[in-house]
Design a binder for this molecule. Structure first.
Ligand code: GRF
Length: 199
């Protein structure tokens, strides 16, 4: 089962996915930023890489169209956003409805958007974590598939908390990707249907 991974930066989630020997073939790693260090990591795994640089397009829609066409060229069963830092248009998202996942570094619906660990510390929450969800037009608002929680410690900084969450992301995302690629997760009428044990 072919899948593609979209990145914008370091690609540590991408690396965790590639390390996990998922039951599918990663056809490409696509980045919107040419300087994303994850591109070199992908190449080291022998995965074809492609840059669709959003600066090279006159409009957001033109970029989204080019990106969607590139993704479709791999006929993926699954599109994994992994540290992909672009807001995608409704038209783009609609083309991949039910087969595009994202991992967000908070326990949604808490702390959507960016700088989620700073948000968590500012709110003095005692529990934080990460969420894997289907991508829908609602930014960071798609149907939740799975979450992993971590404690927030009294002396936590943004960095220490981010590191603790990132470690859980690297465990959760491959697990959910495997569920999807083995037909245990579906988006039906906007609701998640998951038959995986311990879901
Ligand atoms: C990290 O903040 C992670 O929590 C979020 O995207 C950022 C970069 O992740 N999912 P990665 O190392 O590029 O996968």
């Amino acid at each position: 089962k072919p899948y593609v991974i979209l990145i914008s930066g370091q690609g540590s989630n991408m690396q965790a996915l590639l390390e996990d020997q998922l039951p599918g073939q990663c056809r490409a790693v696509i980045s919107n930023r040419p300087e994303a260090s994850g591109l070199a990591t992908a190449a080291a795994y022998g995965i074809p890489t492609k840059v669709i640089d959003h600066h090279a397009f006159a409009s957001r829609d033109a970029f989204d169209m080019a990106l969607a066409d590139e993704i479709e060229s791999y006929t993926p069963q699954l599109v994994l956003l992994a540290g992909f830092m672009r807001i995608l248009s409704d038209a783009f998202v609609a083309r991949f409805s039910g087969r595009m996942l994202n991992i967000h570094p908070s326990l949604l619906p808490a702390f959507p958007g960016i700088k989620t660990h700073a948000q968590a510390l500012a709110a003095s929450v005692k529990t934080h974590g990460c969420t894997v969800h289907f991508v829908t037009p609602a930014l960071d608002g798609g149907p939740i598939i799975a979450q992993a929680a971590v404690p927030v410690l009294p002396d936590d900084t943004e960095e220490s908390l981010a590191a603790r969450v990132l470690a859980e992301e690297h465990r959760l995302y491959p697990r959910v990707a495997r569920w999807f690629l083995t037909g245990q997760v579906h988006l039906i009428d906007g609701r998640v249907k998951c038959t995986a044990p311990l879901a």
